[in-house]
Design a protein around this ligand. Structure first.
Ligand code: FAD
Length: 327
């Protein structure tokens, strides 16, 4: 059985890991590295996880999955000092600890996907543009109309709306893809030669246009250069995704300065990532989207909720179902 998977985020890698014994799995990823929204960027000497910031593990399957990765030091606990702000006032502080662990990939969030993908067949820098049925096979084509091969099954793990663009409209769950409303987010990355002295490493901010701040350099196994990651709220991003990046940077930088009470306008490194499909709220419908007749499927965090554990679980359950057919 030849299976093509579109995207190389955690849901895709989980599917591939669980199917590789009984099928020939080929992954196609449009960007230059694996991990998807578990993204990492180095702008020497600064380092940023500019997608997912951390994750928790609630379910047994996910807890079992991360155990060996913790043993291999690919995942580490992040015992950050947490602060909750209401606008520019700190409401409460706590320290994350072993009682309710918060985890990160090391040395970057993408390390998990990198580690798990070493024995997988992954074609990077390859954007799948269309999926066409031809003489009992699915054929994939990239942006330059290059044929990427023939497959029995195609599984798209691209964000729902992008999966809807790639898969044919007669995919049984095409409308479900269009119904999943994913929302945007800006990640502002700031690096400072001189560290800012703060009483916290992470901040959840309410009643403002920024929702989260991580001191990236406080995560385990990061370099010492002081780096700060700021997330806008999804609502603010949705209203400003088409603004020019310089105005977004200026606004978010000013907001950060106002909220934390320290000047961030003098940052030595400034960059911005605009995520158009960052997140999705908890979904009421969470069925697996598998079209057995057409041998097409689609999954990702957006099946249930925009979290790493949800993305993993979607991939795991998808692989279990596909495995029943191929065994
Ligand atoms: C700013 C931000 C902060 C977040 N914070 C957290 C957090 O703190 N904790 C948490 O648990 N989760 C967080 N998340 C959510 C978390 O990152 C996701 O739930 C998870 O990474 C989704 O994994 P996935 O495999 O479903 O999708 P993705 O990681 O999005 O993978 C899909 C892949 O498909 C690729 N792709 C898309 N179209 C094509 C195409 N046409 N051809 C080829 N490849 C294609 C994409 O490049 C991508 O690599 C955050 C996300 C963002 C953006």
């Amino acid at each position: 059985m030849r299976i093509a998977i579109i995207g190389a985020g955690i849901s895709s890698i989980t599917i591939a890991q669980n199917l590789k014994k009984d099928a020939t799995v080929s992954i196609f990823e449009k960007s230059k590295s694996v991990g998807g929204r578990m993204a990492f960027r180095r702008s020497t000497p600064y380092e940023f996880d500019h997608g997912a910031q951390f994750f928790t593990a609630k379910g047994t399957i996910f807890k079992n999955f991360i155990k060996p990765l913790i043993k291999e030091n690919i995942i580490k606990r992040w015992d950050a000092r947490f602060a909750e702000f209401i606008d520019n006032k700190i409401l409460r502080t706590i320290s994350w600890n072993a009682e309710y662990p918060h985890y990160v990939g090391t040395p970057g969030m993408n390390s998990i996907a990198e580690y798990l993908s070493t024995e997988l067949s992954i074609k990077l820098n390859t954007k799948v543009n269309k999926v066409v049925h031809n003489a009992n096979n699915w054929e994939l084509f990239d942006d330059d109309s290059n044929n990427l091969g023939k497959f029995d099954w195609v599984i798209s793990t691209a964000p729902a709306i992008q999966s809807a663009e790639i898969l044919p409209v007669y995919f049984k769950y095409h409308k479900d893809l269009l119904d999943r409303k994913m929302v945007g987010c800006f990640s502002l990355m700031l690096g400072f030669k001189k560290p800012i002295s703060l009483l916290w490493d992470v901040a959840l901010i309410r009643n403002a246009d920024i929702s989260w701040i991580s001191i990236n350099s406080s995560k385990p196994d990061r370099g010492n250069s002081f780096s700060m990651l700021i997330n806008s709220t999804n609502a603010w991003a949705e209203d400003h995704l088409s603004d020019d990046s310089q105005s977004v940077i200026s606004y978010l930088q000013k907001e950060t300065t106002r909220i934390i009470g320290h000047d961030t306008g003098n940052a030595d490194h400034v960059s911005l990532k605009a995520w158009h499909y960052a997140n999705i709220s908890k979904q009421t419908k969470s069925d697996l989207l598998i079209d057995y007749d057409n041998k097409l499927a689609s999954c990702g965090d957006w099946i249930t909720q925009g979290r790493i554990e949800n993305a993993f679980e979607a991939g795991f359950l998808m692989a279990q179902e596909i495995n029943k057919i191929i065994k």
